[in-house]
Design a binder for this molecule. Structure first.
Ligand code: FEO
Length: 386
């Protein structure tokens, strides 16, 4: 992949990983991006997960073309980027490691390396001249770890954005950017909306022509589209008008009620109604859809006096990802003592700015004609809440 004569892509695709961060299904793999700036001085912008070390070290040697590394810039210490750092530090003994105070704390925690005479500690706004290229370091704490910083290269107007603007999927995956970037964002960075907003504010102060993230494709056109999406996501503003129905059904009866409800909502003219089975569909995608739409309906069977486990799991995910600013309706099912609504409500009440609709539907074992009026009321209430 060509970026410019001086800035080279040296990252690797990982199509064999079973679960990214041991929890996310990545059917099309993931890329660990890494870049080399070749000028009077040579700067390496992050390494890669150690899973990609063999291929990456060859890419690095090829890009170096016989030169050596002068600076190893560490923007993020998570092992999917810094996993090959100890190797690199050892392989290029004259290279200076560039990071902030927290970076060096984490380097010492992860590795047994002595950087006492070969480190450059930077803080907000510090610059590093490489010749005709100059890097300015902007601290981006909690996007996605405390030590994260991004780097702006002013001669080519490049923002090295660390995890920001990243997505799941190998670079050769033929897939929509927003779909996998949104799933990545809400599941990995989603909790940290305020820090992302702070970073976007800093990014607005510089002219950017290219964004080079640590995962996914390089962004070099129509940047406003990506920045607007990030602004929406990080301010917890719904991206789309629509209703997401998430159900947790044990024997299919709650599922049937959820599907009837979806039909009723569609019949009322709602254009977008998405429905997911929390027991079988990708949890990360369900979390993504919860954030994507402005309204949600939760339908759950009762299980051991609570909501059914996949629903409890889903709500726990939403809670830790700081789900907020949405309207939510509830449907519960139970054979002898329906209790799912109470449990779902208790999660939702712990979240910020969630409006829970009054029209809670409670069914006993199976959906019956006698439940229709309550279902109609809930359908009307969620459509009115637009
Ligand atoms: Fe891609 Fe937070 O690491």
């Amino acid at each position: 992949m060509f970026i410019s004569d001086s800035v080279k892509y040296i990252g690797v695709d990982d199509r064999t990983i079973d679960l990214f961060e041991s929890q996310y299904v990545v059917e099309n793999g993931v890329s660990y991006n890494s870049y080399l700036i070749v000028d009077e001085k040579v700067a390496l912008m992050d390494t890669v997960d150690k899973r990609g070390l063999d291929e990456w070290s060859k890419n690095l040697e090829n890009a170096l073309g016989g030169r050596s590394v002068d600076y190893i810039v560490v923007q993020h210490m998570e092992p999917d980027h810094a996993g090959s750092l100890a190797y690199t530090i050892e392989k290029y003994p004259d290279a200076i490691v560039v990071g902030n105070a927290k970076t060096f704390v984490y380097i010492n925690q992860f590795f047994d390396v002595d950087l006492s005479d070969r480190k450059l500690e930077v803080k907000e706004g510090d610059t590093l001249s490489l010749g005709s290229h100059t890097l300015t370091f902007l601290m981006a704490p909690m996007v996605h770890w405390p030590e994260v910083m991004v780097s702006y290269e002013s001669s080519e107007k490049i923002l090295f954005s660390a995890d920001g603007f990243g997505k799941f999927g190998a670079l050769d995956a033929d897939e929509d950017w927003a779909c996998e970037a949104r799933r990545y964002y809400f599941n990995i960075v989603g909790k940290y909306g305020a820090p992302v907003q702070a970073l976007l504010k800093k990014a607005k102060t510089v002219e950017i022509e290219k964004i080079l993230p640590l995962h996914g494709p390089i962004l070099d056109e129509n940047l406003g589209y990506y920045i607007d999406l990030y602004d929406k996501w990080s301010s917890y503003t719904p991206e789309n008008e629509g209703v997401f129905i998430a159900y947790a059904s044990i024997h299919g009866n709650t599922k049937k009620a959820a599907e009837i409800l979806a039909d009723k909502i569609r019949a009322l003219g709602e254009e977008k109604v998405a429905i997911s089975d929390l027991s079988r569909e990708d949890m990360a995608e369900c979390v993504e859809d919860a954030f994507r739409y402005d309204r949600m309906i939760l339908c759950s069977a009762t299980y051991d006096g609570n909501a059914f486990v996949p629903m409890e799991d889903f709500l726990h995910h939403l809670q830790i990802k700081d789900y907020q600013k949405r309207t939510v309706g509830l449907l519960e099912n139970g054979t002898w003592a329906p209790a799912a609504a109470k449990s779902m409500r208790s999660y939702l009440e712990s979240m910020k700015n969630i409006t829970i609709l009054d029209d809670v539907v409670s069914i006993k074992s199976t959906y019956k004609p006698e439940n229709e009026a309550a279902l109609d009321k809930l359908a009307q209430a969620i459509v009115r809440a637009k």
